[in-house]
Structure formats: C-alpha cells, structure tokens
Write a protein that binds this ligand. Sequence first.
Ligand SMILES: Cc1cc2nc3c(=O)[nH]c(=O)nc-3n(C[C@H](O)[C@H](O)[C@H](O)COP(=O)(O)OP(=O)(O)OC[C@H]3O[C@@H](n4cnc5c(N)ncnc54)[C@H](O)[C@@H]3O)c2cc1C
Length: 257
Amino acid sequence: MSRAELPVVAATTSPDLVGLQATLHESFGGEARFDRLSRALYSTDASVFQIVPVGVLLPKSEADVVAVVKACAKHRVPLTARGGGTSQAGQCIGAGVVLDCSKYLNRVLEINATERWVRVEPGCVLDELNAELKPFGLQFPLDISTSNRATIGGMVANNSSGTRSVVYGKTIDHVLELTVVLSDGSVVQVGPLSESEWRERCGRRDLEGRSYGVVDRLARQYGDEIERRFPKILRRVGGYNLDCFTDRRARCRWGPG
Ligand SMILES: Cc1cc2nc3c(=O)[nH]c(=O)nc-3n(C[C@H](O)[C@H](O)[C@H](O)COP(=O)(O)OP(=O)(O)OC[C@H]3O[C@@H](n4cnc5c(N)ncnc54)[C@H](O)[C@@H]3O)c2cc1C
C-alpha cells in the first residue's frame, strides 16, 4: 500500500488554535508554520503512519522551547518533539503541534577533549557531531544506520543504539546530563544522583520533585514485579527504565545510589 492510500488520521479534538497562535505571537521567537504544505510535510516519519499536525514550530532558543511548552499546556494542545524524523513507529508524529529542533537548535556547543565530553543542542545530527569530534580522535560511539539524519535529541528519546551496541551500549550509556523542559515550562537538569540528592529531589513540591516522587513510589511499590517482568535484554526502549530505580538497580547508572 502506498502512503497516498493510507488513511490520514485527523486531530480528534478541536484545539484552540486561535488562542494558541495568539499566545505564541507574544512569547515565541522561532518559526511558526500553520500552512497546509508544512503540516503535510510533518505528517509522516519513517513509519507507515500518517497524522497531520495542527502546526509546526521551529524553536531558535531554549526560551522558544519553553514558550511552546507553556502555550501548548495553556491551550491543551498535544505536543510532539521531532529531530530527524527517522522513527519507525510513529514516535515523532502527532495531531497537535510538532516541535522541530533540527533546523535551528543543532549546534555543538562545547567540546572538552581532555575529559572526553561534549555539550550539544538537541537537534545536532550524529554524523555532524562526529565530524567535529574527529580532529580530537573522539567519536560518539553509537552507529545507527540513520546517522546522517538522526539527532541527539531523537536518539536520547528513542534510546538509540546501532549495530555495535553490544560493545558500545545504548544512548543512555553515554548521556551525562540533560537539560529538560517539563510540562509546566520549568527547566531542570537531570543526571545521575547520589542517594541523598535523590531523596532531596523526591521531597521537593514542584513538578520536578513530584516526578521523582512518582518514580520512587512506583519503584518501591512494584519493585518485585518490575524485577520479575522487565525483559533482561540489552536493547529495550519501553517501560520508562523503571528497572533502574528498584533496589536491585545495578544495571543502570541513572538510578539513585
Ligand atoms: C532505515 C532505518 C534504520 C534505522 N536504524 C537504526 C539503528 O541501527 N539503531 C537504532 O537504534 N535506531 C535505528 N533507527 C531508528 C531511528 O533512526 C533512531 O531511533 C534515531 O535515533 C531517531 O533519531 P531522530 O532524530 O530521527 O528522532 P525522531 O524520529 O525525530 O524522534 C524520535 C523520538 O525522539 C523524540 N524527540 C526528538 N527530539 C526531541 C527533543 N528535542 N526532546 C524530546 N524528545 C525528542 C520524538 O518525539 C520521538 O519520540 C533506524 C530507522 C530507520 C528508518
């Protein structure tokens, strides 16, 4: 079946587009596209699915991303981030707004060759990162076959790996820290925590603290079941990595401890 024959899934709700655009007009400095052609272009990824978004937003700064998240929350419009669009299961298409980080937020910000780490924007393409790292004799080791399109943001969200993942691991094994915009627009840093730092975060009353608290509670309450039922395989994307947070969490360095 060709893509033209596939059913086009339309938004099931009627988002407040006029309100959304008015809010964005005040706060968003990036590129906003609500025309039919752009919406059609962003209605597919590398999957068989097709969902036409109500609009496409291309942020130029972190402040733009925050503005989009806040505007979508305010007007209750679903938000789907997008990098290279190479997902094979429809992860980066959606009926609300698509947030494309690949056009402007794609820079390598800092390379520390001595400590062997790099700081990038989410839309940075893997091959372009590796081209910048090459003079230092370094590379981001995951060799996914879409490396000339795939972005680091998309790789993080998909926990991408590659043909040599048995040797090099998955994206999560190479991420030191993330700057994340939460659904209320707050910007937080996430990364490995000590037990005391973990407890301190769980005790906070803001959205960040409540998020840690939920994970902590789920891991404690369902620890045995999580241990029993999570597949013991190297490459796994589903399940929010809850198995990193149970008492027997030795497999992952992102859990507390
Ligand atoms: C032919 C082919 C071969 C492939 N080979 C491999 C392979 O060898 N190994 C492998 O692991 N994968 C493979 N993939 C899958 C895919 O290429 C990878 O998962 C890739 O890393 C996705 O990157 P992307 O930038 O295209 O992400 P997208 O597809 O654009 O997005 C992926 C996910 O990330 C989210 N996202 C994107 N940017 C952000 C952001 N800034 N903030 C929060 N969330 C974000 C999206 O919402 C979506 O859920 C392959 C795909 C194809 C089509």
